[in-house]
Design a protein around this ligand. Structure first.
Ligand code: SF4
Length: 427
């Protein structure tokens, strides 16, 4: 019998309070934990029996699962339905959607983030292609709730089928428009989207509301539609699985995966981990974190990838951090897996301390890093691992070899596993 592990904190804010106890029988869609302050309700993704509660509710799933789910109660407002459903930003941030959508943006714009900007992820675009009508219904709700004058779907021109399908569905709807994003990383960053679509430059730490806008992910819009029209709580997640699999290296999209199921089940469904596969990465290649077969799927899990074996490089490493790339902790983890030692850490020079957190001044407008490379070399680095992207290939790659420093990128083992064009040999 299958167990699901439903985390009590899958969002920004406080851990949710369980309202079931060990031994309780629960049904699919039943509320099992309530939001506490800033947070989100949590519902069971299966019918079964609660067998343990700590920072997660572990449920032994019944052999036979119902197709239907316990429907949400009818509420007076759409915002209350969203809150009851436990919707949070599905793109990875996990911010409670009822709080974000409570902002008044009369005459403003609600922007649907369809950038899917981490390489290898495909589930948002595939959803738009195959479920255009449902997607548009969600956008109409978003306009209604926020009182926005207009909705923009922010998408890259390369996603032609999604654009064509969407254009057909919205041709009679005046207040929904398609807007194009550059094909860069991190095009999906909220401040990049606001800059590209509205021409407003937000400072580090400033939110889209300053530009009278709300930015929301594609799957969040899908969940809004389902909460309002189908009275469905958030009990599933769309995911992309790929990397070094026995079945090959192409990615597979799975829609409506029950939350709490372990990622290993979907790696196996997609073909199984290749003997040459090593790390399991949860999330996108740039910002993902390492996990294992038993890591549970949450409301914000997007990608599940198997990386190739780490090369063994027993050198002294310098790190270059980027706000939109791997953190110093993640870079250190990769260095250790390669058998190296971290001797120095630098941040991209555009990262500034704002309210206790380092943030990028101009996401996607990346500077040269020559001086950073020289500092790391001076501090004893024989090799550099970087989490930055746009310009590191032009500057770091040119400077580092001249200084006799080997250069690697935090995404190498995943992009290489997938033969992705963004992977570049370091030397
Ligand atoms: S400017 Fe620096 S911190 Fe910002 S996205 Fe580019 S590399 Fe990262």
């Amino acid at each position: 019998m299958k167990k699901v592990h439903i985390l009590l904190k899958q969002h920004i804010g406080n851990i949710s309070t369980p309202i079931v106890k060990v031994g309780d029988k629960v049904q699919k869609g039943q509320l099992i934990a309530q939001a506490y302050g800033l947070g989100a309700n949590i519902h069971s993704s299966v019918s079964g029996t609660v067998i343990a509660i700590n920072n997660e509710v572990i449920i032994e799933a019944a052999e036979k699962q119902p197709k239907d789910y316990i429907k949400l109660k009818k509420m007076d407002t759409k915002l209350e339905m969203i809150k009851q459903a436990g919707i949070v930003g599905a793109g990875g941030a996990g911010f409670p959607t009822d709080v974000k959508f409570a902002s008044d943006i009369t005459n403003g714009v609600v922007i649907i983030n369809a950038a899917e900007c981490e390489p290898l992820l495909h589930h948002n675009i595939k959803y738009i292609e195959e479920n255009t009508e449902e997607f548009v219904k969600g956008i109409v709700h978003a306009i209604d709730i926020t009182k926005a004058k207009q909705a923009y779907v922010a998408i890259k021109t390369k996603h032609k089928n999604a654009i064509i399908n969407l254009a057909k569905k919205i041709k009679m709807i005046d207040n929904i428009k398609i807007k194009f994003l550059p094909d860069i990383y991190p095009a999906g960053d909220e401040r990049v989207i606001i800059r590209e679509l509205l021409g407003v430059i937000l400072n580090p730490g400033e939110l889209p509301i300053k530009a009278n806008a709300i930015v929301s992910n594609v799957e969040t819009i899908k969940n809004i539609k389902r909460a309002i029209n189908d009275r469905k709580p958030v009990i599933t997640k769309d995911i992309t699985v790929g990397g070094k699999l026995k079945s090959g290296t192409s990615e597979t999209v799975y829609f409506d995966v029950p939350i709490g199921v372990n990622v290993g089940e979907y790696i196996d469904k997609a073909g199984g981990k290749s003997p040459w596969g090593e790390e399991i990465l949860i999330g996108g290649p740039f910002t993902g974190v390492s996990g294992d077969y038993n890591t549970p799927i949450t409301k914000t899990t997007g990608g599940i990838f198997v990386g190739i074996e780490f090369p063994q490089i027993k050198k002294k490493f310098g790190l270059i951090e980027c706000e939109c790339g791997a953190t110093a902790d993640r870079l250190t983890e990769i260095v250790e897996k390669m058998g190296g030692e971290v001797v120095a850490v630098q941040r991209c020079k555009r990262m500034k301390l704002v309210n206790g957190r380092y943030r990028c001044e101009k996401p996607g407008v990346c500077p040269g890093q020559a001086s950073t490379v020289i500092k790391l070399k001076t501090d004893g680095a024989e090799a550099i691992l970087t989490g930055t992207w746009q310009d590191w290939t032009n500057t770091v790659m040119k400077v580092a070899p001249r200084l006799g420093v080997k250069i690697l990128h935090s995404t190498d083992h995943v992009l290489r596993a997938s033969d992705h064009k963004l992977y570049r040999k370091s030397d």
